[in-house]
Ligand binder design. Structure first.
Ligand SMILES: [Mg+2]
Ligand SMILES: [Zn+2]
Length: 193
């Protein structure tokens, strides 16, 4: 479901950076869920990475599984408040996220939106269509890559959060930080002569 914005306006398809939240934009809490807004702690590189992506012509759309709702750890209202805190912290650092979608269901519910199911991308595309050829998904779990595969877009693993422990092996495969990813992306706003 869409957590933000309240309403969307019709826009033409654009390159879109689909971004996982926990472990990519903000620190994971070791062995625990983010249950309160004040527990959101941005990675230092998150805002610079998002600013660079936006400058290169990408829309920024956050896609996050929040099964803490289904598990009863947080209410829907708390989940929304946590997302708003994330957006506010990013905005204070000059990074404007375009939309946030999340799955509030649990693993046993067989919903269509829990990553790696592609439902969140399908929902986002109905609101603010992505130019799928020029879009990608970045996350810290293999389920984020699986989502990218199912949606038919590029997937990038970032070496923070869940994947940090696998750093050396993943780095050898060319994976890096969110900021390194942002630097490596094509610039769709660059003037062509
Ligand atoms: Mg994650
Ligand atoms: Zn779901």
């Amino acid at each position: 479901m869409r957590a933000w914005p309240r309403r969307v306006k019709a826009l033409p398809p654009a390159p879109t950076a689909f971004l996982d939240r926990d472990g990519v934009l903000n620190w994971n809490r070791a062995g625990a869920y983010v249950t309160r807004p004040e527990q959101i702690r941005l990675y230092a590189a998150a805002a610079p990475a998002l600013r660079l992506m936006a400058a290169k012509g990408y829309r920024l759309v956050v896609l996050t599984n929040q099964s803490g709702v289904a598990r009863g750890y947080i209410t829907l209202a708390q989940a929304l408040a946590i997302n708003m805190k994330l957006l506010r912290d990013l905005r204070l650092k000059g990074a404007a996220v375009d939309a946030v979608y999340f799955c509030p269901h649990g693993p046993g519910e067989k919903c269509a939106c829990r990553k790696p199911e592609p439902g969140l991308i399908e929902e986002a595309n109905k609101d603010i269509p992505a130019d799928m050829e020029r879009s990608f998904m970045a996350g810290d779990k293999k389920s984020d890559l699986a989502l990218a595969r199912r949606a038919g877009i590029k997937g990038h693993l970032v070496l923070t959060g869940h994947w940090r422990s696998a750093g050396p092996a993943a780095a050898a495969k060319g994976y890096g930080s969110l900021l390194a990813l942002a630097r490596s992306l094509p610039d769709y706003k660059r003037k062509t002569i």
